[in-house]
Design a protein. Structure first.
Length: 644
């Protein structure tokens, strides 16, 4: 038999040694009193199975696979005592339910596949999950810390940043402030492109680039301004986006100061950007200042300042500029507002994600979370120290949180209630108090890690209580949100009819057959006022002293004045980052202004045009119809009568 590689628990690879293996089995047989055990017979049977591994491209198996294979062969051939001994070893091996070091039984198959895409290059996607978890947990850490981190990953409570295994690129994001020269601009473009391919987010600040038509002394020409370079960057990201999986695309953001002379051109570019691009992972921010807010409050002009020499070059109406910002947000919600100027121009970020949904209520909470926080903190600081040896750039260490909605539902606390804000204040205050002061705590809405945790992202609430999916055979299936499904299943109410009603209305308010306490818990984003979302964000920002990314929901038809009033009020109260606006869909139950039944029928089809109907994607197998579908009656009236 040709050589087979065995991957050990610590990730090391070694050739399979037949003599050592048989000696170990014989020793087990003697200890268990299995007198009829034959190592030669066992190896003959085992060899046939191992030949399978030689036919594939991998030609290797894990130690846990080998133990399991030997146990099954012993059981099939009458060596029960040896089989039980091997099964006992197997149950204590990494990956089993009883193993405290990994416990990957809580990672769903879908999560495991995403982990391989996220942490491993394509050539290693056939790596076993247990080995992958062990590699991640043991990266530049001690043996004791490895076991604790592996357990947290296996329990779906923690995931380190996606580039922890990629050597010199072992960081999660990069902050870059572009200098006003071509060499730096295009050097950073190359760096941003490399980051993008390695699933690293890049935050680019263009505020130092001189304004359009400014004199360039070295060439006696005129500057093209920062917007021209932003277009080059967005085009580059759009080209690179086509080579990445949609769920793993990292967020890239652009920032320009409100005092930059090209701020109006920047807003016009953003307003038209969404119409010509599919890059939803690109974000745009305007950095405002206290001076701008003061001018806005007094309805006065504010200064536009040249980045080149710091002199005032023009004045703009603060009120009109803010109106333009709001109208741009309405047309393109990819625009956000910041008012926390970072004192660090360039830095790298080492990060990890804690899933609050993994912590159930009980006598040990929040002690278990705070203990895990210390373990995670030690792990990330070791990654930071390793990266400092490879990079001269300043390193920030950040822990992000997710699964807040699941955390509340486990405690039967309504998302939009006062109790939820009090719960957030208490929990995050304890977290901030227990964490090292050098550690940043934050909420991130666009980290690829969010695709690993099967919970609601960040601080977000329910957007859809039920979804509609279409099978390959063309059948439409309504599915409830998993949390709501569990609640209704306990009451025996998770029926197809109720699920369809919930999908049609996306609300439980009018479903009086469902108990009031459940209807109160399951409020969707459109049923919770925007003031609450902003107040929750402000409360957590004040406690964590870091950026908190959260969607702010406004319903259609949109009241622009209410939007302006809400934003202005929260900005004055000191909220640092309002960057993710979400405008609800147009109501499905619009009044029928058409009298022509044929037009109403076409309107219904148009509402559902995004669904994968049979007309768009034919079924693989024809299904016998159980109902006749009738076309709407044709009106006998003439077109002129219809118009009247």
């Amino acid at each position: 038999m040709n050589q087979i590689i065995v991957i050990k628990d610590n990730g090391q690879e070694s050739p399979l040694n037949q003599n050592e293996l048989l000696s170990a089995l014989q020793k087990i047989a003697v200890e268990e009193g299995q007198n009829n055990f034959s190592t030669e017979f066992l190896w003959e049977k085992t060899g046939k199975y191992l030949e399978i591994f030689l036919t594939g491209p991998q030609k290797q198996l894990t130690e846990i696979q080998l133990i399991g294979l030997l146990a099954n062969i012993c059981l099939e051939n009458g060596f029960e005592k040896v089989a039980r001994a091997l099964q006992k070893i197997h149950s204590l091996a990494p990956g089993s339910a009883d193993y405290a070091g990994s416990s990957t039984g809580k990672l769903t198959k879908n999560t495991q596949e995403k982990m391989k895409k996220l942490y491993l290059p394509p050539a290693q996607n056939n790596c076993e999950t247990e080995i992958l978890v062990n590699k991640i947990a043991s990266h530049k850490t001690s043996e004791e810390l490895t076991a604790r981190i592996a357990a947290l990953i296996g329990q779906n409570k923690f995931f380190p940043h996606q580039n922890v295994l990629k050597g010199p690129h072992a960081y999660e994001s990069m902050q870059i402030t572009l200098e006003d020269n071509l060499n730096d601009i295009f050097d950073q473009l190359k760096q941003a492109a490399i980051n993008f391919q390695n699933l690293i987010s890049t935050n680019l600040d263009f505020s130092k680039i001189r304004q359009k038509m400014a004199m360039i002394k070295s060439t006696r020409g005129f500057s093209s301004g920062p917007i021209s370079f932003i277009k080059i960057y967005t085009s580059t990201f759009e080209t690179l986006r086509q080579n990445l999986s949609t769920e793993l695309i990292p967020q890239q953001s652009f920032t320009l100061s409100i005092h930059h002379p090209d701020i109006l051109e920047y807003l016009i570019f953003i307003k038209n950007f969404q119409k010509n691009s599919l890059n939803k992972h690109l974000r745009f921010f305007i950095e405002i200042s206290p001076q701008f807010l003061d001018a806005l409050a007094r309805e006065e002009d504010f200064e536009l300042i040249s980045p080149e020499n710091g002199q005032t070059v023009n004045l703009l109406s603060a009120k009109n500029t803010f109106d333009l910002i709001v109208s741009t947000i309405v047309e393109n919600p990819q625009l956000g507002i910041k008012q926390n100027k970072s004192s660090h121009s360039n830095f790298l970020t080492v990060s990890g994600l804690i899933n609050l949904a993994g912590y159930q209520p009980g006598p040990n909470f929040p002690g278990d979370l705070l203990n895990d926080l210390k373990t995670i903190q030690d792990y990330l600081l070791k990654q930071k120290h390793q990266l400092e040896k490879l990079s001269k750039t300043e390193i920030h260490t950040v822990i992000f949180f997710s699964g807040w909605m699941d955390f509340l539902m486990a405690r039967k606390i309504a998302y939009g209630s006062v109790n939820s804000i009090q719960e957030a204040g208490t929990l995050f205050a304890e977290i901030r108090k227990s964490a090292d002061q050098s550690l940043e705590l934050s909420i991130n809405l666009h980290s690829p890690l969010l695709n690993l945790v099967e919970s609601h992202k960040g601080l977000e609430c329910f957007e859809q209580l039920a979804t509609l999916k279409t099978n390959l055979d063309g059948q439409e299936i309504h599915q409830l949100d998993p949390i709501l499904r569990d609640y209704l299943s306990e009451l025996g109410m998770a029926t197809n009819d109720i699920t369809r009603l919930i999908y049609d209305t996306n609300s439980l308010n009018d479903l009086y057959q469902i108990p009031l306490n459940i209807r109160t818990l399951f409020k969707t984003s459109r049923e919770i006022d925007a003031h609450f979302h902003l107040e929750l964000q402000r409360e957590i920002e004040n406690i964590l002293q870091g950026e908190v990314e959260k969607k702010i929901y406004f319903e259609n038809p949109l009241d622009t004045e209410k939007l302006k009033e809400t934003l202005l009020g929260k900005l004055k109260l000191g909220i640092k980052n309002i960057g993710y606006f979400h405008f609800g869909p147009v109501s499905k139950y619009q009044e029928n202004t058409e009298t022509d039944q044929g037009k109403n029928f076409l309107l219904t089809l148009n509402k559902n045009k995004k669904r994968r109907h049979r007309e768009i994607q034919p079924p693989l197998f024809q299904i016998k119809k159980t109902e006749e579908i009738f076309l709407p009656p044709v009106s006998n009236q003439s077109p002129s009568q219809n118009q009247n």
